[in-house]
Structure formats: C-alpha cells, structure tokens
Design a protein around this ligand. Structure first.
Ligand SMILES: Cc1ncc(COP(=O)(O)O)c(C=O)c1O
Length: 461
C-alpha cells in the first residue's frame, strides 16, 4: 500500500507496541495484521490485502467502516467544541443521554464514561452507594456468572467469570462471586432443558440464600454471554432471574456492552427477554467503535437516592476526564441515526436468520462442530475433537483455525483465555451492514477451514 514502509512498521510494532492477548516471542511467525483502512465490512492491511471482518473489530463496528455521515458529525463537533468535561454540560451529551433514555425509559439517567469496563465499574459503585444510602451498608456483594466477561479493570475483572483472564492478577476485589452459566450444551448440572427447571437461574437464588440477601447488592449478567462462548440462555431463564432479584431485593445490572445496538436482532439484548433491569451498561456499538464511549443507564429509583442537600454527601463521587467526550457523543448520535435510518436492528434479525441457516446447512455435519449457537448477528461455533465426548479443541487447534481463516481473507473472533483448555468457540459477529453473499463467503470459509485444520496431523502452535 502506498505511503507505508511495511518492513519498518512491522519492526517498530515488534519493538514498541504491546498487544493484548498476544505472545510477543512468536512475533516473526505470528505477527498481527497492520490494518490501514476499512469500508463497510471489509478491512485492508498494509500490503493491500483485504479481509472480511467477521468480528466487526472487537464486535463493535456495527454500522461498518467508512461511514461518512458519522465522520462528518465527529469533525463538526471537534470544530465546534473539541472537549469539555461533564462536570459542566454540553449539547452533544444532553442530546445523546436524552436519546438513550428514550430507548430504555426505565433507566433514564445516563452516566458517561469511555469503555465497557468503566461503565460496569460505575454500575458497581452506584449500587453500593445506593444501598448505603438506603440504610443497608452490608449489601455490597456482586454476583455474576462463570464464563461471563465484564471488563479488564480490577473491579470488572473481579466480576468476570473467566479464570484465565484473572490468572496472575490477584488478589481480586472482595465481594465478587460467580454462579453457573446457562450453558445447555455443557450443562453444569448435567441436566436437560426443560426438565432441568432452569437450575442455572435457580443457582442465583441458592447463592443469595447462602450469602444472605442482606449482603448482596446486585447481579450482573450479559443477555448472552458473548466472549465466554456465545451462551444463549434457555427460555424462562431471564424471567426467573428477574423474579429472584426482585424477591431478594437485589439490583439487576444488565451488561449490554456487546449485545447493545442491534447485535442480537433487537436494539438491546435484554429486550429479547422482556425484563426491566435497574441498570444497563453499554459501550462498543454505541459509537460503533468510531470513538471510545461507555454509558451506565440507571433507574429513577436508584437515581433518586442520590438526591439530597448540597453537602449531604449523597452525590456520586466519581469523575472521568473524557467520559461524555463531545466528539464521542456526536459520533454516537450519528451512529444511532444510521442504525435507525438503515433499519440495522431489523437487518441484524433477518441476516441472523440467514447466518443461522447457512451455519446449520454447512457445518452441522462437520465432525469437529459440536454446537452452533446464533442470535441475530452473534454466532458461536463450538469446536470439539469428538462430538460424543464433547472434548474441546485445543488452544493450538483454535489458533491454527484463526490463522487459516486469515489466509482466506476472513477475520473471525474466538473465546480467548477464558478457561484452561476450554477456549474452543469460534465467534462470528460481523458489522450489521454485512451482505448476504459476504455471510456465505464467511460460512463457506469457516466450513472449509475447520475440515482442513481438523484433518491435518496433530499440531503444536
Ligand atoms: C460483555 C462485555 N462487558 C464489558 C466489556 C469491557 O469493555 P471494554 O473493553 O470497552 O472495557 C466487554 C469487552 O469485550 C464485554 O464483552
């Protein structure tokens, strides 16, 4: 590609850029792609090679790359007011908060931050302060689920149910604990739906009873566990969970960082289950990754306990320098306009149906495919060495799969560093603007690659 000296960029990258989830010693044969530009669902690397981005970056570029309307909005905002903190206010934050409140009227108070991790950290602080101010100082515990992911900062990581992500970073923050995930393919209770009577939801009740409801502040859940392997809960799970939270006076935080803004075929994932959370957190698709932004949306009931005399100390004592950055807010507003104008939520639903059909048609008889889980444009393909034993494919197998897909011009996601020897889920979550023929190309490529890697001699990569 013109204007780039690829050799020296690779060398500088090797020397100076510390990449997440990457073993740097392998750089020479396992270096990252250096991506230079993108359009719709395709990105291009420094050598001019194109790739279908079946992972939408990190599952966030919902409106696709190169959207001029969004770029123009960000530029206009930068020209008008490049920065101002939300210790005061500005029109872009006001417009975005009002818009978000109109989408989820039961959580109409919006606190802005810069990422999903921060949005969740904020939610944890809010519920703890809420209970303090309600006169329940011991309600501090946060219950989440194994395989769930809530972020990289230490509070959000403590809520994360992925031991590999926590390894070497302990001790974790106290008062965070996990219960079983809704994982029907590998039911933690060795039962089957519906005769299981949704034990994975009941697990919350058991845990609350063991801990004592007077010590539990909140439950945090993703509508669909995304990075942990696209775990779609069975029917009835969320309504039972919402009942348990209500019965035991525990707040329900729904982490919509991946599932928000159309990903699952509804604007927010929790709409699929007809529940009203106390707090909704969001980030990624809020500005489709064009700018970093996170938000924590809060119910009237929680917000009102923060009201009091100026010196009552009841206000939220947290500030983020860049939270609600005007350019990020302007980008988010333009992003939401595109989602509405292009009817991307509806598109995600119908394209998701097509993706599901393609995956079932082309993968269900591939010997290494144990399970296929799809909701909207979020799909997980569980790779096993034998379907009978459900033995997870190794990390080396999964890495090789990823590399072969890249050779075919397809960037897919995968569960990474979740649990030792249980990272065997390939994840497809493309931009919501992806075309039908591109979905076909992805699924054909995935089917071909799984066969190719599966038939290769045992590998150590
Ligand atoms: C469900 C969920 N919550 C929170 C986060 C953390 O978001 P961020 O990486 O923006 O901090 C992620 C990131 O992947 C996520 O998948």
């Amino acid at each position: 590609m013109d204007g780039f000296d690829s050799e020296s960029l690779y060398e500088q990258d090797r020397l100076h850029v510390w990449h997440p989830l990457t073993q740097h010693q392998d750089y020479s044969h396992n270096h990252p792609l250096i991506i230079t530009h993108g359009l719709e669902s395709t990105v291009y690397d420094i050598n001019g090679q194109s790739y279908l981005d079946a992972a939408a970056g990190l599952w966030c570029v919902n409106v696709g790359y190169g959207r001029q309307q969004l770029i123009d909005a960000a530029l206009r905002q930068m020209q008008q007011l490049a920065y101002y903190p939300l210790t005061q206010s500005h029109p872009a934050a006001i417009e975005l908060a009002t818009r978000l409140a109109s989408y989820i009227p039961s959580t109409p108070h919006i606190y802005f931050s810069n990422s999903g991790s921060e949005a969740n950290e904020t939610a944890f602080k809010m519920v703890r302060q809420y209970w303090q101010q309600q006169g329940f100082p011991h309600k501090t515990k946060i219950i989440s689920r194994f395989r769930g992911y809530h972020g990289s900062t230490l509070g959000a990581l403590s809520a994360t149910g992925q031991p590999e992500r926590k390894r070497n970073y302990g001790p974790m923050a106290p008062d965070f604990m996990q219960v079983s995930a809704p994982y029907c393919y590998r039911c933690p209770f060795h039962m089957q739906y519906p005769s299981c009577q949704i034990q994975c939801a009941e697990d919350f009740e058991r845990r609350i009873q063991i801990e004592g409801a007077d010590t539990v502040a909140a439950i945090i859940v993703e509508p669909i566990i995304a990075g942990g392997g696209v775990l779609i809960p069975p029917p009835g799970y969320f309504s039972r969970l919402a009942h348990i939270a209500k019965d035991y006076n525990v707040k329900l935080i729904v982490d919509e960082v991946v599932t928000g803004f159309g990903r699952t075929g509804s604007l927010f994932g929790h709409e699929l289950y007809n529940i009203k959370p106390d707090i909704v957190t969001m980030a990624k698709g809020l500005a489709s990754g064009y700018m970093p932004i996170g938000a924590t949306a809060v119910s009237d009931e929680i917000f009102h306990t923060f009201l009091g005399a100026t010196d009552s100390g009841r206000h939220l004592r947290q500030v983020n320098t860049f939270g609600g950055h005007p350019v990020a807010c302007a980008a988010a507003i333009a992003n939401l306009n595109i989602i509405e104008e292009d009817q991307l939520v509806k598109q995600a639903q119908s394209k998701g149906e097509y993706l599901k059909q393609l995956l079932v048609d082309q993968l269900q008889n591939v010997p290494w495919v144990g399970d296929i889980r799809v909701q909207g444009l979020l799909a997980g393909i569980e790779i096993v060495t034998e379907p009978e034993t459900k033995t997870p494919a190794s990390d080396a197998f999964m890495r090789l799969l990823g590399r072969h897909l890249i050779k075919q011009g397809i960037l897919a996601g995968k569960a990474t560093d979740v649990e030792t020897w249980h990272n065997n889920i390939l994840i497809i979550a493309p931009p919501l603007v992806i075309h039908g023929d591109e979905l076909e190309q992805i699924v054909t490529g995935v089917a071909h690659t799984i066969r190719q890697v599966g038939q290769a001699p045992p590998i150590h990569v």
